[in-house]
Design a binder for this molecule. Structure first.
Ligand code: GLA
Length: 731
């Protein structure tokens, strides 16, 4: 059992394998948060709540008690206008302009299975037998109800939360804020780890103490964005990769989001996560409901590695879907960095042939195959084959590539439109723009209004006819700008504040239709690289192009940050040419491959023009990837170093779940003479098992490798890298 209700004490206890979450209905029917953290097998944590008279913290009328204040007591979901002055989780305005809302407990239900969220991605059951607790709260004056949903995945230590608002009042309301969850921490001084960045440098990691006041991490770009990721970790100060208490929260949503964390004057910490209330205002009519996106929450008492393992498992097994969810993805060659827009059939077939000779399994045709598209000024929206480039059409090209023994995949950027396109000339009103104002352009392109059904129908029909015209087995779904000028010509003036959320709902609806109609096609998400790398997208795409930065050394930091929340199989990563197109850096092909193998592997270069010795290496790399792929995608992932620390190397390791095999990866980032040898301590092995390391005659126990570590001769050269396969000794 994972959900308990103590009727005598009015206490809800949620148990996972390693954590306990507790809340209580108090004597005035407020729902109070008691505890979240290390597992408490039995016990009532109510004693933690201290009632005390704090000046200027008001008291509910019915309490008639100076020591009882909502401003001081931890709340399960904080409301607005009722004397809790910390950040509120919601803000609604009644028709009469009032925005005071007092949700009080009226009941609960425990249900088998998960909470399905209509029209949005959610964590589903994959033989975990989860249970869902619904707690009902109601504002007695308006009759408006809130349902707090908690789905418990016991073994994975995951709690999925969301909120449903039911307008049972007699009038229309405006929802200006409704967060997916609120988490109050009592007596804790926590640090925050979050992931910021920019195009081609996504998910940089920052860890710092929480200041007094509000820390906010958000996107208002219409996508989850390169700039901030919709996920956060809060941890105790002494928490490391292997030790200490930490909490992770990751939103299952791909649009504007807000993570706000307040440390107040009493050192209480509150963390809210949900849709960004800026540019959000939703009308909920009498009888209607509004559902928030879901947030996945996890707790680890064994440091950050375990927290990542919890997220990795949940996302890999209970978020990703489709044929390729757990299946090995084909090793691909993508032509973008090899040709950009400048290609024709002959050039493409040539690149494909060279790649197939080396053992690559799929060719992906990137941007430029459709409409009038010779640069980024035109063509988006015209999803019809460009016969100037592909003179014999797509089916012919695909057939030729299939005849080389390779699968074929193709790029789309469906949500976008170029002014210079037939689609724009025919339907200028399909663009996101405010009437009588010129819209912003970005990469010379405009955004299609995905909240419109006619737009979605058009896209579905174009994409379907391309997919039906040839044997296409993969789609790269790109989205190359941030959204602004938010306005939809099909929404009434009272509903314009719904645009950004409706855009995402429209996108999810279209993607759902595509994954249902084409269950065998592998989809890879992309938004200028990793600008929409979130759990919402991973429900449709089991992998996402991690970054437009393909420099192996820069990727170390990008992939490090990504690994805190997202499973390695979701990370699209390719070997590209040198000098690297983003940085001009030259790294050898071994180093580039070792970094790219920690993901869904491929190449993005013309393999016809590399040296003969490098071709031999590529063949070898493909063999190695095939050998290690299962440990990489299904094993447990360990970060062994911190990029940008004093370490002169970056190292990471995979361990198979049965602890019999492991793969150690090291890239030396700062060379220097006169050093001791390189010593790295491994993680996650069985301390009693005997292991052999590739090319090493010695026999080690897990204990030795985890405590003494391995020793490698001092490396030499530009960014040398090592990949060592470790296997349990037989017998
Ligand atoms: C984005 C993607 C790239 C490539 C280009 C094509 O930048 O991230 O991988 O597909 O678009 O225009």
């Amino acid at each position: 059992m994972s959900i308990f209700f103590n009727e005598e004490k009015n206490i809800f206890t949620l148990q996972t394998k390693n954590s306990t979450y507790q809340m209580k209905v108090d004597e005035f029917d407020f729902l109070i948060h008691l505890y979240y953290g290390n597992k408490i097998e039995q016990g009532n944590m109510e004693y933690l709540i201290t009632k005390t008279d704090i000046s200027f913290s008001g008291n509910p009328f019915e309490a008639n008690d100076r020591t009882f204040s909502l401003d001081v007591i931890p709340q399960e979901y904080s409301s607005v206008g009722i004397g809790d002055y910390r950040i509120s989780s919601m803000n609604l305005i009644e028709e009469n302009g009032c925005n005071v809302f007092e949700p009080k407990y009226i009941g609960y239900k425990i249900k088998d299975g998960v909470k399905k969220i209509e029209g949005m991605p959610y964590i589903y059951d994959n033989q975990d037998k989860p249970k869902t607790l619904e707690i009902y709260l109601k504002d007695k004056i308006t009759n408006i109800e809130l349902v707090l949903n908690y789905t418990i995945f016991y073994d994975m230590d995951i709690i999925a939360r969301s909120v449903t608002l039911k307008n049972n009042s007699n009038s229309i309301i405006k929802l200006n804020k409704i967060m997916s969850s609120c988490l109050d921490f009592y007596y804790k001084d926590l640090e925050i780890i979050h992931f910021y960045g920019r195009h081609a440098m996504e998910r940089m990691t920052e860890r710092r103490g929480l200041p007094y006041g509000i820390t906010s991490i958000c996107s208002k770009r219409g996508t989850s964005s390169h700039q901030h990721n919709p996920s956060v970790i809060l941890c105790e100060k002494n928490t490391t990769e292997d030790f200490g208490n930490c909490y992770g929260m990751a939103l299952v949503y791909s649009g504007n989001f807000l993570i706000e964390i307040e440390k107040d004057q009493l050192e209480q910490i509150r963390a809210n996560i949900g849709i960004n209330p800026e540019n959000f205002s939703y009308e909920v009519k009498k009888g209607e409901i509004f559902e928030t996106p879901q947030v996945l929450i996890t707790f680890s008492n064994e440091g950050l590695s375990k927290l990542s393992h919890n997220f990795h498992k949940a996302i890999r097994n209970n978020i990703c879907r489709g044929k390729y969810k757990l299946q090995r993805r084909p090793i691909l060659i993508n032509n973008w960095e090899a040709t950009y827009f400048d290609f024709d059939e002959e050039k493409i077939l040539n690149i494909a042939k060279q790649a197939s000779d080396l053992g690559i399994e799929m060719f992906v045709l990137d941007d430029g195959w459709f409409g009038k598209r010779d640069d980024d000024n035109s063509g988006l929206g015209d999803w019809f084959v460009n016969k100037n480039k592909l003179k014999n059409g797509l089916a012919h090209l695909v057939k030729n590539i299939n005849n080389m023994g390779m699968k074929f995949g193709i790029w789309f950027e469906p949500e976008m439109i170029s002014e210079d396109s037939d689609l724009f000339r025919k339907n200028p009103d399909w663009v996101v723009k405010v009437p009588n104002r010129n819209p912003n352009k970005s990469r010379n392109q405009l955004v299609l209004d995905m909240s419109r059904k006619d737009v979605r129908d058009y896209l579905f029909s174009c994409i379907s006819s391309i997919l039906d015209s040839a044997n296409i087995e993969y789609i790269k779904w790109d989205m190359n700008r941030s959204i602004c000028d938010a306005f939809s010509s099909v929404l009434s003036k009272d509903k314009q504040g719904e645009f950004y959320h409706r855009y995402i709902l429209g996108l999810y609806e279209l993607l759902e239709k595509i994954v249902v109609k084409y269950p065998n096609i592998l989809l890879e998400g992309c938004s200028g690289g990793g600008g929409r790398f979130d759990i919402g997208m991973l429900y449709y795409f089991p992998q996402i192009w991690c970054s437009d930065n393909t420099d192996a050394i820069e990727r170390l930091e990008i992939q490090y940050g990504t690994s805190f929340i997202y499973p390695i199989c979701s990370v699209g990563s390719h070997v590209s040419a040198i000098p690297n197109h983003q940085t001009g850096r030259k790294t050898n092909i071994d180093t580039r491959a070792i970094v790219a193998m920690s993901g869904s592997f491929g190449y993005e270069m013309d393999l016809g023009i590399i040296e003969k010795e490098e071709k031999i290496k590529v063949k070898q790399q493909i063999k190695e990837y095939l050998k290690y792929q299962s440990i990489i995608h299904n094993g447990l992932y360990y970060r062994l170093s911190e990029p940008n620390s004093k370490d002169w190397y970056t190292a990471w390791q995979f361990v198979s779940e049965d602890l019999k095999e492991s793969l150690l990866n090291i890239v030396v980032t700062k060379l220097g003479p006169n050093r001791l040898n390189l010593n790295i301590k491994l993680k996650g092995l069985d301390k009693n098992k005997k292991y052999k390391i590739q090319n090493d005659k010695k026999i080690y126990t897990g204990d030795m490798l985890m405590n003494g570590g391995i020793v490698l001769k001092n490396p030499f050269g530009d960014f040398p890298a090592y990949q060592l396969y470790i296997k349990e000794m037989e017998g």
